[in-house]
Write a protein that binds this ligand. Sequence first.
Ligand SMILES: NC(=O)c1ccc[n+]([C@@H]2O[C@H](COP(=O)([O-])OP(=O)(O)OC[C@H]3O[C@@H](n4cnc5c(N)ncnc54)[C@H](O)[C@@H]3O)[C@@H](O)[C@H]2O)c1
Length: 434
Amino acid sequence: MNICMIGTGYVGLVSGTCFADLGNKVFCVDKDKEKIKNLNLGISPIYEPGLDELIKKNYNVGRLKFSNNLKEAVTKSELIFICVGTPNKVNSKQVDLSYVFKAVKEVAKVAKNKKIIITKSTVPVGTGDLIDKILIKLRKKNIDVISNPEFLREGEAIRDFRFPDRIVIGSNKKIYFKILKKLYQPLINKGAKFFTTSRRGSELIKYASNAFLATKITFINELANLCEKADINVEDISLGMGSDKRIGSRFLRAGPAYGGSCFPKDTKGLVSTGEKYNSELSIVKTVIKSNENRKKLHLNRIKKILISLKKKKIAFLGVTFKPNTDDMRDSVSLKIIPYLCKNGAFVSYYDPTGAKKDFKKLKNCKFYDNINKTCKNADLIILHTEWDEFKSLEFNRIVKNKNYKIFDLRNLYNFNEMKNKKIKYFSIGRPNVN
Ligand SMILES: NC(=O)c1ccc[n+]([C@@H]2O[C@H](COP(=O)([O-])OP(=O)(O)OC[C@H]3O[C@@H](n4cnc5c(N)ncnc54)[C@H](O)[C@@H]3O)[C@@H](O)[C@H]2O)c1
């Protein structure tokens, strides 16, 4: 099939490349000229394991094209996937659909024959209906709109695309289930569940899934707070609970707070949809509040560990919201690092994906390109992102300062071993080692 992906970001680039790898001809379009120029030079705009090789392979055989020319891509394609961003509006829980609507209008302008627009972007319930209205107003009877939310995770995106738990298609016209089934048949053959529902149902499944996972994380994070006070190891609770098949162990590990480009905005987006339909979503509201509050708890804990932040040297390991991605959106580090700097601490940080523009303007913040330099003179090391390279560090060899402390937001180390090594070690939902 010939496919057009509008938006060549984390979702559009990965799914477009993977569709090409399944034998389709894919046009990845983006309004960002620099991004397309780089992609045509073989430079990927994102860090995603395995992606560079897959892009190269499919680009070289001509199945994958990168372009700013929407007209050509739309004209040559039957399926038009919308993969543009759907952030929250500024200071609001509401979803900003302006990028989606703009993309739809651009497609409508150039589409001459029959086209299917597929929303892969995460869009609130009723967005398909709103797109219909735009198309009716533009007298575009040749374009239909269906929903196909994306469930891939950054860092595991290629595997998630190739082996999804389910493929959800939402349409009010059955004919489209058949067309999309044909597109996804290679994945269905490998065991992916092909699930069809109404367009609104499909839109809600995506928000409901993300809100549920965010709730699971928040639940164990709150239990971690209790464990810290009651001298219990939260990992035993995760294991004891997660072994129950009805509960499951995934997304049940205590940590900093959920972040990233999806959970924070999608929980808010779901609450906003609830408000629109006058339907109270009190659990999701509480989850959002608890997650925000959690960041303050960490700041207080750091202050307690160091007594005073003034002139303290803090090494920060990992700043992205999770490992194997360069995505900084809504990362907890964006709250912690500026706070530490503003309160007189000196922050040295390291991340395998390099320096971040988010911290460039901070006075007391410096990027180092390796772990040893970052930690050398630290009073406190904060382990923030679970990159593999942070999991077996010999702190007593790396750090010069004899009285250094560690705050491990990911419970990467065994606290009994830290005790044996006489390291002052603080972690999440487990006894402190002082
Ligand atoms: N990032 C994830 O892990 C993930 C997972 C599942 C679903 N989603 C959803 O997918 C959508 C896209 O997310 P993302 O992380 O890929 O966003 P992104 O910001 O990485 O990419 C969006 C891209 O769209 C481009 N764009 C915007 N308007 C355009 C237009 N009119 N024409 C051409 N290009 C245009 C932007 O330049 C940008 O490159 C969002 O709705 C998100 O919620 C994201």
